[in-house]
Design a protein around this ligand. Structure first.
Ligand SMILES: [Zn+2]
Length: 310
């Protein structure tokens, strides 16, 4: 008797309170179990008529500073770190009730979301987990010379991400600028999830003047001036910058609605290019297929063993 690789949700609901990075608004977040084949669905429960916004690649309507999803007039900003944690812990189905238009930034990484999800407990469901398996390479590019960016998906039995950044800044130069991360090693929470978002004081001043980054500060980001990291405790990982780019990419790509079986590689990509990559993939139905594993031992190493810590 084979055991299928099953979908997952939470055992019970869990709540968090925080502020939005850009809006600075206080927001309550409630993560609730959802039935099989629901996917991740945000619900704006503060509106006179609550609005559900199922996450999918087309629901992403703005990627300038963070990934925003919309349905009609209702939107939710900065979904990528929570989406990343869901992917990292293998959560397929979840309702995310939210009382404002931005997911709380918490500590600027996915660590608090990982903690919330693990504390609620992860339940397997009576439905096969579905993956999008990439069968042909897909690539998007932007710019040229020192403005060049690209992102690519290629066939791979598992989920591997490699990311290269190219910042010339005294505080970043000495850190690793390339990271390769394999989801099958089941070390997302330890090796990627704690990497914080980062920003420069000069950009923060410009953003604030435009009414953005109002909730941002040393508690929820790595902040640098022209020379150094300003956070008293320094970095959480030697290569925290590029690890955060991997964390973001995992979240940006998970909006496709199912985990990928693919090798992702990127050079200086960001939310916008990651979303273009997904749309390029979806526009080429011959480049992917939906698969599930009736016998979990046939699944890529690590996915079947992706057991929650508690
Ligand atoms: Zn981020």
């Amino acid at each position: 008797m084979h055991r299928m690789l099953a979908q997952r949700t939470l055992k019970t609901l869990t709540k968090a309170v925080g502020v939005g990075l850009h809006s600075g608004q206080r927001v309550e977040l409630t993560l609730r179990p959802a039935p099989p084949n629901t996917g991740i669905v945000f619900r704006r429960v503060d509106l006179p008529e609550p609005v559900s916004i199922p996450v999918n690649a087309e629901a992403i309507t703005d990627t300038r500073l963070a990934s925003t999803i919309s349905s009609g007039q209702a939107k939710v900003l900065t979904i990528e770190h929570l989406m990343s944690a869901c992917c990292g812990l293998g959560i397929d189905n979840l309702y995310v009730d939210i009382t404002a238009e931005e997911v709380p930034i918490l500590d600027g990484s996915a660590a608090a979301f990982v903690y919330l999800l693990q504390s609620a407990g992860i339940a397997t469901q009576n439905a096969a987990k579905q993956f999008i398996r990439v069968t042909k390479p897909v690539e998007v590019r932007e710019g040229e010379g020192d403005k060049l960016k690209w992102a690519r998906l290629e066939p791979y039995h598992g989920y591997r991400l490699s990311f290269e950044i190219d910042f010339s800044h005294p505080a970043v130069d000495n850190t690793g600028q390339v990271v390769v991360f394999d989801m099958s090693e089941d070390v997302y929470a330890r090796d990627i999830g704690r990497a914080r978002t980062f920003g420069f004081t000069r950009d923060v001043e410009m953003l604030r003047a435009n009414g953005l980054a109002l909730g941002g500060g040393l508690d929820n980001a790595i902040v640098m001036d022209d020379y150094k990291v300003l956070n008293a405790d320094g970095l959480r990982y030697d290569d925290e910058f590029v690890k955060h780019k991997i964390l973001d990419a995992i979240g940006d790509l998970y909006v496709v609605g199912k985990p990928l079986l693919a090798a992702y590689s990127a050079f200086r990509s960001g939310h916008a290019l990651n979303n273009r990559l997904l749309r390029e993939l979806l526009a080429h139905p011959e480049a992917w297929e939906i698969v599930s594993f009736e016998d979990e031992s046939k699944a890529p190493k690590g996915f079947a063993a992706l057991q929650p810590a508690w």
